[in-house]
Design a protein around this ligand. Structure first.
Ligand SMILES: *Cc1c(COP(=O)(O)O)cnc(C)c1O
Length: 382
């Protein structure tokens, strides 16, 4: 089977893991954890980075340190992997799902504006949702599929209404918005190093911020909130969320080759786009003028009326040719796990759920396989 997206591990991974084994530093402390954090922070251009066991844990901690409280509401993209919404529930807050815009499929700033201006009211310096009566405290824009959200209008709104901006950048390490790295645009940001992400530590995550107090709090909460390590004194409920040294070693090796991976991703995307752009009913994913996408998962839209087959039929047809493809996530407002949560539109998300298909795009995929996939898609038209 030609896989959708698999890791590429051909650099210093073995050498660094061997150093962990030889030095006996394998667990939740050790030189690679510090090094990974420092190098990651430098790469993004933020002063602080805190490594976590996965991206979901980073989101959980980000919401905690940013002061999101139980029964608050948090605006989040309707089209995302469910972890973005789940983390909001972990802190006892409620997601409000915001539809995406049709061009780049990211959180739609005009929907955020509509919601904040027309469905909320300010009382005693805070913002409340008129329908639910709950306080709105944060926005979680999710840079999906490698492309950034249009952040300027969202940040302006957040400043005006005193909301915290937490970027979910799990899928977009290396992407840029108006020249700046995602992860340095909001107040705090989260990344993932799961096996399918652009670089991997097997499982892992990172929280980055300019706020030294938040970074310190995040480091404290991810290491069981230990106040006195000798007396085992804890003044808060902490978590066992710290990335082990042996996994951070993988991260250091992966970071060394990241720029080459991003180049490969962009090359794969431009190849697919040039092969598929003229096919009736196929719309390749796009990049905004203000964006530098990393095309993490190369995704197309298939209009069944024009193409003659819908995305699920194409998925099954390609599977018979041993090519793995995938639909996008069920829209959050349709997820039984988040039933009853408020949604602002959701119409575009539903169309993308029906029409989108992600194609094989591992960093190491050969050009001939990209061409084989494109040819197989064209053949679906008969
Ligand atoms: C992968 C992902 C996460 C979660 O990261 P894990 O490391 O798998 O916990 C969160 N948000 C988005 C958008 C993701 O794609």
């Amino acid at each position: 089977m030609l896989p959708l997206c698999v890791p590429e591990l051909h650099g210093n991974e073995w050498a660094y893991i061997q150093q962990c084994l030889e030095s006996n530093w394998v667990s939740s402390a050790g030189p690679f954890v510090d090094r990974f954090e420092t190098e990651f922070a430098t790469y993004i251009g933020t002063p602080h980075a805190v490594a976590t066991v996965n991206g979901t844990a980073a989101l959980h901690i980000a919401l905690l340190v940013a002061g999101v409280k139980p029964d608050d509401e948090v605006l989040v993209s309707d089209l995302t992997f469910i972890a973005s919404a789940n983390a909001i529930r972990y802190v006892g807050a409620w997601p409000v799902f915001i539809d995406v815009e049709p061009d780049y499929w990211q959180m739609d700033p005009t929907r955020v504006t509509d919601f904040l201006q027309h469905e909320c009211e300010e009382r005693a310096g805070a913002l409340y949702n008129r329908t639910t009566g709950r306080r709105v405290s944060a926005i979680v824009p999710v840079h999906i599929l490698g492309h950034p959200v249009d952040m300027d209008p969202i940040i302006a709104l957040a400043r005006a209404y005193h909301l915290v901006v937490i970027e979910d950048a799990a899928e977009s390490l290396g992407a840029r918005y108006r020249g700046r790295h995602v992860g340095q645009l909001g107040d705090i940001a989260c990344f993932s190093f799961n096996g399918n992400k652009v670089i991997t530590t097997g499982g892992g995550g990172m929280l980055v911020t300019e706020n030294a107090t938040w970074a310190q709090r995040a480091r404290y909460l991810t290491t069981q909130a230990k106040d006195d390590p000798l007396e085992f004194e804890h003044r808060a409920i902490g978590y066992n969320y710290r990335l082990p040294n042996i996994l951070a070693a993988l991260g250091c090796a992966q970071l060394e080759v990241l720029d080459g991976y991003l180049e490969a991703k962009r090359h794969i995307a431009s190849l697919y786009t040039s092969l598929l752009a003229g096919v009736p009913g196929i719309t390749p994913m796009r990049q905004a003028l203000w964006a530098e996408s990393i095309f993490w998962l190369y995704t197309i839209r298939i209009d069944p009326a024009l193409f003659g087959m819908d995305s699920r039929q194409v998925l099954h047809e390609l599977a018979t040719q041993r090519i793995q493809t995938r639909s996008l996530w069920q829209p959050m407002h349709l997820s039984p796990a988040h039933a009853g949560c408020q949604v602002v539109s959701g119409a575009i998300t539903e169309v993308l759920y029906r029409e989108a298909l992600s194609l094989p795009c591992s960093v190491g995929i050969e050009e001939e396989n990209v061409m084989r996939v494109a040819a197989a898609i064209q053949q679906c038209r008969g």
